[in-house]
Design a protein around this ligand. Structure first.
Ligand code: ATP
Ligand code: MG
Length: 511
């Protein structure tokens, strides 16, 4: 048995870890396809625990249960055969006990399963709460939420304990029960064996050996029930992973792999985020000619970022279409489409790695010269010089060691580095001080000059020079035209301008 056990664990671990890696990659790929729409609805902690723990649990299952299960079947069958050879009554009398041992974990499984699934859920809840707290630490401290968050966490921990305790109680009961059955099985073989010895059909010397052999057959089977806990956990985990795999992919690849012209058109676009009743975009229509700049302005919440995200194809519209070079965005191969787009987002995410790596995500094969050119254009060179390790400085998780303006300039640096023919700038200079803004804006203007560009800005001084200004309000396009045209028209744009000039705009809605 020892050799069998060793071989079994060697083989099964190898298989299990390969399986594990594949499951993680598959999960990751799936999440990549679902992003970002799906991720908005899920808590980060949930997904993290899925990609790490849940997958791990499933591995454990394959390494520690599947193969032992094989042993658990092979050993008892072997023992029964041997018993049968020495006297069929022995085999017959041991059989019911073995059968009971094999079947009872299955019977008890329902309860254990349920408790296992629940405890997994509780654990994931605790995880997300913890991650949420860590990420919002500034808010937690500033608003004195520490105690409140802590008591919430305590409550979750207690809930977890509440499902965990009955779970183990159940398992202990099962174990006791198993030991009882094992003992009785040995006893019955000993009794039946003795009667065989008395009737002379069995060698007396063999009886103790056969009894021990019988009892050893119970061990592998009951092992299975002690790993019943794992089985239950595994089912919970598998269910959660499977649920993600079943999630329909909303943003799918098309066939067209070449963007011929970079003219963008939105045609009667309607869009709402699936869990809100009101429309984020309603009948939106405008075009950006090749090489031109269109500015999007409007009050907060009017749908500007949403429009930009639709152009990036983070989402698809529910009605109407967004097209590029006369083709619906849905017709393009996603990776080819995104090659053509550079986004400076309203809030920039930086990875916990060096400044250089953070810039390089825009173009992994950039040369040193290209990197320094991008750093220069984004107005970062002065800042980089003050860093002891320059571009090799680690920026901290989410770029925590940088100021808002520095983070934003890194985002702009990425756009310079990517050098894509279409540029989407969402509040790209909103965090910059006057000096920096002027410098970066000069560089951005140069970048935008021969590219198809969408600029979103609250500061109207930024958008005045655009070829066309599109004014949005509550998801609708209210008016569009050049700065002068719109001023003459005396509509919403003229209002926004006069508000901002009088300084009132800063107080309300920052037009
Ligand atoms: N992920 C989301 N899920 C649900 N609703 C959203 C989501 N993002 C935005 N919204 C809603 O859609 C509407 C438009 O939001 P959007 O971010 O496009 O506004 P915006 O014009 O960019 O505003 P701001 O100037 O403040 O950046 C808002 O009412 C907002 O609440
Ligand atoms: Mg926005």
């Amino acid at each position: 048995t020892a050799i069998l056990h060793w071989a079994e664990s060697w083989v099964s671990h190898d298989v299990a870890f390969r399986l594990l890696a594949e499951m993680r990659v598959a999960l990751f790929r799936k999440l990549d396809q679902l992003a970002p729409a799906y991720l908005v609805r899920r808590r980060t902690g949930d997904l993290v625990s899925m990609a790490t723990q849940d997958v791990e649990t499933v591995e454990y299952f394959f390494a520690h249960i599947v193969a032992p299960a094989f042993v658990a079947i092979a050993v008892p069958v072997g023992v029964l055969v041997i018993l049968g050879v020495y006297g069929w009554p022995l085999a017959v009398s041991a059989l019911p006990f073995l059968a009971v041992t094999a079947v009872s974990p299955l019977v008890a499984r329902g309860r254990v399963d349920r408790l296992g699934s629940r405890s997994r859920e509780k654990l994931a809840e605790m995880n997300s709460h913890c991650i949420d707290t860590m990420q919002g630490l500034h808010e937690v401290v500033a608003y004195n939420m520490g105690r409140h968050r802590r008591s919430e966490f305590m409550e979750m921990a207690n809930h977890y304990a509440e499902v965990r305790v009955p779970f183990f109680r159940e398992l202990t009961l099962q174990k006791i029960y198993m030991e009882l059955v094992t003992g009785l099985g040995g006893l019955i073989v000993a009794i039946v064996g003795s009667s065989l010895v008395l009737s002379g059909s069995l060698d007396a010397g063999l009886l103790p050996l056969l009894t021990l052999l019988t009892m050893s057959a119970f061990l592998p089977i009951s092992e299975i029930s002690t790993v019943g806990r794992l089985l239950a956990d595994t089912i919970g985990s598998t269910r959660r992973i499977y649920a993600v795999q079943l999630e329909p992919v909303l943003i799918t690849d098309g066939e067209v792999d070449e963007v011929k012209r970079t003219v963008i058109g939105l045609d009667r676009v309607e869009f709402s985020y699936d869990f809100t009743a009101s429309r984020a975009l309603d009948d939106v229509m405008f075009a950006i000619e090749q090489g031109r700049t269109v500015a999007l302005v409007g009050p907060s919440g009017s749908g500007k970022t949403t429009t930009a995200h639709l152009i990036m194809r983070f989402w698809d519209p529910q009605a109407g279409e967004v097209d590029l070079g006369g083709q619906d965005l849905r017709d393009y191969v996603l990776s080819d489409l995104r090659e053509n787009l550079a986004l400076v987002a309203q809030d920039t995410y930086l990875f916990n790695t060096t400044l250089r790596e953070n810039l390089l995500i825009a173009r992994p094969d950039a040369s040193e010269d290209q990197i320094s050119a991008a750093v220069e254009s984004a107005g970062l060179s002065g800042f980089v010089e003050t860093l002891p390790e320059g571009l090799n400085t680690v920026v901290g998780e989410r770029g925590a060691q940088l100021s808002g303006g520095q983070r934003q300039r890194i985002a702009i640096g990425r756009a310079f580095l990517k050098d894509a023919p279409i540029l989407v700038l969402d509040e790209a200079t909103s965090h910059l001080d006057a000096v920096n803004e002027q410098m970066v804006r000069g560089a951005l203007d140069r970048l935008a000059s021969d590219r198809t560009t969408l600029v979103i800005a609250h500061r109207l001084s930024t958008v005045m020079t655009a070829d066309v200004i599109v004014v949005m309000d509550r998801g609708r396009v209210m008016e569009s035209g050049t700065h002068t045209e719109l001023l003459e028209r005396g509509g919403l744009y003229a209002q926004l301008v006069s508000h901002q000039l009088s300084g009132a705009g800063r107080a309300e809605g920052r037009a």
